[in-house]
Design a protein around this ligand. Structure first.
Ligand code: AQP
Length: 332
């Protein structure tokens, strides 16, 4: 069966609704019909300021959330990126194949480095998409489930794979982005034209997977909407309502036109209450399972060790080919 790989960063105390709808829920769905590899990308998380103790905790929380959301260790390989050393090794080789201009065109780098100032952003942040390319290519992934923000990085990954294959011989599978329409960009509740983001959204703009129903409801009720009263999907003039419609549709499986009809003439209050309810219903079991998994740290670490062993076997096989084709002497 085709292979899928995706990574998610442990850069916050919880994943948010955008991560869930844009990525994690797809991970779970793709266990069916795919040979699935999912990693918590802790090496990516250190490309911005961080604290070791916090990274350790967040890596476990992220892994627990993946299992809690429905990833089954029997069917998917779930692991911590830094447990498989080949990621950094391949990243270095790919870095040496990447042009400065090519890397400099990445919009995520431009966005994320802006807050540090042009010269003080880390080189790691600059090479972030190349490490991501290594993650994907190591597993010879065919599909990569991501949000719309990652499309450009996928293109770079394909370019690097093609360049390596061309220069050194057919080695890597060319991956395709797997972007689910409708949920590729969930926006901030307080700033509905910006993406909901772990690092750049204010707490009021984010719905965290580990939040209790009370605060979740409050945030949805306070979500920014326009001054009208109609529930219509109009991205341009009503971005806040459009976002809430997308969320309700994704969580309940009801098409947006049907929701527009259902809420015609009802005003924002009832609609928002239903969105809040749908979010609470989706998040509560995930939160409860996450708490249970985190209560048994040793058990969780064992699941991750088993995942790393499976991942390593695949990564090692790719790296052996890569080293040979790129001209490195074998070790005896
Ligand atoms: N708002 C979003 N809507 C849809 N998908 C989203 N993703 C992120 N935000 C949204 C998808 O979630 C996956 C994991 O993302 P990541 O951990 O690599 O970090 P990110 O994409 O950079 O997301 P954040 O929340 O903005 O994190 P920070 O602030 O740490 O950078 C990806 O597949 C992404 O597309």
């Amino acid at each position: 069966s085709p292979r899928v790989l995706s990574g998610i960063q442990p850069t916050a105390d919880s994943f948010h609704l955008g991560n869930y709808l844009g990525a994690v829920r797809q991970y779970v769905a793709m266990q069916e019909g795919y040979d699935a590899f999912y990693c918590v990308v802790d090496l990516h998380a250190i490309t911005v300021d961080y604290k070791p103790e916090l990274l350790r905790r967040r890596s476990r929380v992220a892994a627990a959330q993946l299992f809690a959301a429905g990833l089954d260790p029997e069917r998917s390989t779930v692991f911590i990126q830094s447990h498989v050393r080949e990621h950094t090794e391949l990243a270095w080789i790919l870095i040496c194949l990447t042009g400065m201009g090519e890397a400099g065109r990445m919009t995520q780098f431009k966005d994320k480095s802006a807050k540090y100032g042009e010269t003080s952003a880390g080189v790691g942040l600059f090479t972030y998409p190349i490490l991501q390319a290594a993650d994907i290519l190591l597993y010879q992934a065919n599909q990569v489930p991501v949000g719309a923000d990652q499309k450009q990085h996928l293109e770079l990954t394909r370019d690097l794979a093609q360049r390596f294959n061309h220069r050194f011989g057919e080695t890597f599978t060319l991956p395709e982005p797997y972007i689910v329409k409708g949920v590729e960009k969930i926006t901030d509740l307080q700033d509905p034209t910006a993406k909901m983001s772990k690092s750049s959204s204010s707490p009021a703009g984010i719905l965290d997977l580990l939040e209790e129903p009370g605060p979740l409801r409050k945030k949805v009720m306070r979500a920014v909407t326009d001054t009208g009263s109609e529930i219509l999907f109009d991205e341009e003039n009503k971005p806040g309502i459009a976002n809430l419609l997308r969320i309700l549709s994704a969580l309940t499986g009801t098409p947006i036109p049907e929701l527009e009809t259902r809420y015609a003439g009802q005003g924002y209050g009832t609609f928002k209450k239903d969105v809040a309810e749908a979010v609470a219903v989706a998040f509560t079991p995930i939160r409860e399972r996450t708490e249970k998994l985190l209560a048994d740290e040793a058990g969780l670490d064992k699941m991750l060790a088993a995942g790393a062993a499976k991942a390593r076997a695949v990564a090692a096989e790719t790296m052996e080919k890569v080293r040979d084709r790129a001209g490195f002497l074998p070790t005896l």
